[in-house]
Ligand binder design. Structure first.
Ligand code: GAL
Length: 422
């Protein structure tokens, strides 16, 4: 698992077999953090590199514990196994709802002292801070803000075919039908439950509007879950099923982004970690690949934040954990990390100057959405419901997407599944 061990950390490990005199350079690398995360796509690994390098400057070596699987479900399962075996990692990547779940178990370290000295509370949006603080105690540090409700558009395909990027689901269906008629795959998609539900989040928000999303997805209001609007949501999901290529099943999200970049598909509905892949491939976001808010969702902002939380691995690790948290929360670091990751900084005091057009739009849109009360947590990305309910919704969305299930039956299954998980 140590495939990303830094050269100096390796030197330190080897030092165990060397004479007792330890060189000064090795001493500076005395601390090691083992970090469990799911950042294994090219751009994600590059973002990990930014964090790893920052820590190396502080004399903290990085021991990598990557668990592949977008959205982090597999990583959370691996984390549970490590904790159950009494061997938690030093730090783990978590999404908001899992921060709450682990904090509820009393397993997360207290970062309140660092938060107070460094004034974290003054520079984070309330919606993000709410997930980082549990019972008045800082239990996690937010490294970014991702926006899942984006539509990525291959500008050349649209131009060559005289099409205008869609702003509503109706327009989306019209352009998708036109593309399909020309033999072009309208939508790059990976058939994995979290990706299906990333699309579902967009459709619920775009078809029903922000109040409907809040009622159905965040409040689990029974009437909304079984409403005609939810039937329309599943009708739209069925339309979308007709716009993906035959090879969609099980495909990783970054491979779908690759299809979009190469012009093998015209659009992708995906969070802005896809922008990280564009940057990595030297493609200019907002020019070659356009970023539009997902159809019908302009004015609303779904969010997910990657947090790092510290587990109790003994007092000897506390200083390394404090350095780790401090790195994540540093202003300069949040700028350089998020330029690579595709997200925007969690800190509100980082300038947008170095960010591309899509990043700038995200920064402006989140402020507007905060004011309009249309900033809401993403279900697919762990900020709307606890894992059990999220999973229950994933199951229905994916089952519907991969079968002939009617929209009416899907709505019934949705309610039953949510109720069983509550
Ligand atoms: C999200 C996570 C992002 C990105 C994505 C795909 O849940 O917040 O940072 O990694 O999964 O793996």
């Amino acid at each position: 698992m140590n495939r990303f061990l830094t050269a100096s950390a390796l030197a330190l490990t080897m030092g165990a077999f060397a004479p007792a005199v330890v060189p000064a350079a090795a001493l500076a690398q005395e601390q090691t953090v083992e970090v469990l995360h799911w950042w294994t796509a090219g751009s994600e690994a590059a973002a990990v590199g930014v964090l790893k390098d920052d820590l190396a400057k502080k004399g903290v070596a990085w021991q990598d514990m990557p668990v592949a699987g977008g959205g982090g479900e597999a990583a959370n399962t691996a984390l549970k196994a490590r904790v159950a075996a009494g061997n938690p990692p030093t730090a783990a990547q978590l999404l908001g709802m899992t921060v709450r779940e682990w904090a509820g178990e009393g397993l997360l370290g207290d970062l309140t002292a660092e938060a107070e000295t460094q004034g974290w509370g003054d520079v984070l949006p309330t919606a993000i801070k709410d997930f980082a603080v549990e019972d008045g105690k800082w239990v996690a540090v937010p490294v970014n803000i991702h926006r899942p409700n984006w539509l990525w558009v291959n500008a050349k395909i649209f131009k060559d075919n005289g099409l205008t990027p869609p702003k509503t689901w109706e327009e989306f269906n019209t352009v998708a039908d036109a593309l399909k008629a020309k033999g072009i795959t309208p939508l790059a998609h990976g058939g994995q439950p979290w990706q299906d539900t990333t699309v579902f989040d967009d459709v619920v928000l775009g078809v029903g509007g922000p109040d409907f999303y809040r009622k159905a997805i965040i409040e689990l209001d029974e009437e909304s879950l079984t409403s005609d609007t939810m039937v329309k949501v599943f009708d739209q999901m069925r339309r979308i099923r007709g716009y993906v290529d035959p090879g969609f099943s099980g495909r990783d999200w970054n491979l779908a982004t690759g299809m979009l970049i190469r012009g093998e598909a015209a659009m992708q509905l995906m969070g802005d970690w896809a922008k990280g892949e564009l940057v990595k491939a030297n493609v200019t976001p907002g020019e070659e690949i356009l970023c539009l808010t997902a159809p019908g969702t302009e004015g609303a902002f779904l969010f997910n934040t990657d947090f790092f939380a510290m587990f109790d691995v003994g007092d000897a690790q506390k200083a390394a954990q404090a350095s780790f948290a401090e790195s994540v929360m540093a202003k300069d670091f949040q700028e350089s990390f998020n330029l690579v990751k595709g997200s925007i900084p969690a800190r509100t005091d980082v300038s947008g100057d170095k960010f591309d057009a899509c990043g700038k739009k995200s920064m402006a849109d989140i402020k507007a959405a905060e004011g309009a009360k249309t900033l809401m947590g993403s279900l697919a990305h762990g900020h709307a419901q606890p894992a059990a309910i999220q999973r229950a919704i994933f199951d229905v969305v994916t089952q519907h997407f991969n079968s002939e299930m009617s929209s009416q039956d899907a709505v019934k299954a949705l309610l039953a599944s949510v109720q069983a998980a509550q």
